[in-house]
Design a protein around this ligand. Structure first.
Ligand SMILES: [Zn+2]
Length: 439
């Protein structure tokens, strides 16, 4: 038996009562066994993490990232979505080789874990999906990954990314067999048709059928950009979410990234199907896509989550930046009480867990759940002297305040040091691979 004890913090449980407790959080063999008060180790194999001055909380869960894009950080600034994809991102993804893919994956996982993100829903690229799973396995992050599916006969898709419908489905099936449930359940698979425009109807319909049959999730983009929405209407004569629904893609196992341009009917449909929407505020601003009407989505009963999207459209994978931004972004239009701090923190933790289909396992600190726990130091000048941990976490804390991180009870960051990967090597590989891709 192995125990990890987060000792002596202020605990944000994010449980149904949103309890705030003081004391220890303990995990044994990966699961939470104790919350609040003091805990005495039950074995001789234990690690104690000093959490004095820290808020101890569930790790952030980002329900939409692209770890594969990390090496294109800063290479695709100031473009709108379709130009960004066609001019830089698709050619970049087509040019990745296994070494570059591995370097991108490790860089992303290192940034995510050091910044307090313990779980992600990750859309990889068409090829080299193994490399992203392997990087997540080494880094120790909890990841649900899917290969991007792109079988549309679109001449704007580079040849290196175009695939046949059958290849896309076969490769997904192979990856599910290899990785879904790997690393003790920490790694999982989700079908990732890139978006309606990059896929044939046949593929999307088959993804809907196979995801249900295999019990895996679906992760896609929809209604991010006005140009995209117009092209979907042109092709189908219908709105994006209606199209996804008619193709059998929507359900409680589906996470739709963005949802910036939605009608009331589409919001109602998402709620009725129990599908999740992951909002990505920095990415939507930077690509000039717009602002997702999150208050309307929440009011319609849609389950919502938060994500950074990719490094070239953000340009960080920083959960705390997204948390602060989402908490601020909707106040001018909907009033200062919109998404108050506790709701914003819940969106960034439990909301993400639900979107990954892991709401019963992570996203809150409750006995029996997995030990995905972070300690955030709130003694820095920029977080004192308030006494409200909700306010500190939602509005003031930064990712560099994250002191300790455990995933499945395993300590992966201790005193701001990543224990699973050599950061010098991560940095050197990333720089070398990027300089080859962008000579
Ligand atoms: Zn995306």
């Amino acid at each position: 038996m192995t125990e990890t004890i987060f000792r002596g913090g202020t605990i944000l449980t994010i449980d149904p009562e949103h309890r705030v407790l003081a004391g220890d959080v303990a995990t044994r063999d990966g699961a939470i066994v104790h919350i609040g008060g003091s805990y005495t180790p039950q074995t001789s194999d234990y690690t104690i993490l000093d959490c004095a001055g820290c808020v101890v909380m569930p790790g952030l869960v980002q329900a939409h990232v692209h770890t594969c894009q990390t090496l294109a950080r800063g290479r695709a600034d100031d473009l709108e979505l379709l130009d960004w994809l066609r001019q830089v991102i698709w050619p970049y993804e087509a040019a990745l080789d296994p070494e570059a893919a591995s370097a991108a994956g490790e860089l992303a996982c290192a940034e995510l874990l050091l910044g307090g993100t313990t779980a992600v829903l990750d859309m990889a690229t068409v090829n080299h999906t193994e490399a992203f799973f392997a990087a997540a396995e080494r880094a120790g992050i909890r990841a649900t990954i899917g290969k991007a599916m792109m079988d549309a006969p679109d001449p704007q898709i580079p040849p290196g990314l175009r695939e046949t419908t059958q290849h896309s489905l076969d490769e997904s099936a192979r990856l599910i067999a290899r990785w879904h449930g790997a690393a003790g359940g920490r790694l999982r698979y989700a079908y990732a048709p890139r978006f309606v425009l990059s896929c044939t109807d046949e593929l999307l319909r088959e993804v809907g059928v196979q995801a249900r049959a295999r019990g895996v999730g679906i992760h896609t983009h929809a209604s991010e950009n006005k140009g995209e929405v117009a092209l979907v209407r042109q092709r189908f004569g219908k709105d994006n979410i209606v199209v996804l629904d008619e193709l059998g893609m929507l359900g409680p196992h589906t996470c739709v990234a963005h949802g910036v341009h939605l009608s009331d009917e589409e919001r109602a449909l998402l709620a009725a199907r129990g599908a999740h929407v992951c909002t990505c505020p920095s990415s939507n601003l930077k690509l000039a896509s717009g602002i997702c009407a999150l208050p309307e989505l929440i009011a319609a009963g849609v389950s919502c989550a938060l994500g950074a999207d990719g490094a070239p459209c953000n340009n960080n994978l920083d959960g705390f930046t997204e948390l602060r931004l989402v908490a601020l972004l909707h106040k001018p239009r909907s009033g200062p009480r919109t998404l108050p701090a506790p709701e914003a923190v819940r969106l960034a933790t439990r909301g993400g867990a639900d979107a990954l289909g892991l709401g019963d396992q992570i996203g809150s600190l409750e006995v029996g759940k997995r030990g995905d726990v972070i300690a955030v130091d709130v003694t820095a000048l920029h977080t004192i002297p308030t006494e409200s941990p909700w306010s500190q976490i939602a509005y003031a804390a930064k990712s560099c305040d994250v002191r300790h991180v455990a995933v499945d009870g395993r300590v992966v960051v201790r005193d701001r040091t990543l224990l699973t990967l050599d950061l010098g090597k991560v940095r050197a590989r990333a720089v070398a691979a990027a300089s080859k891709l962008f000579p």
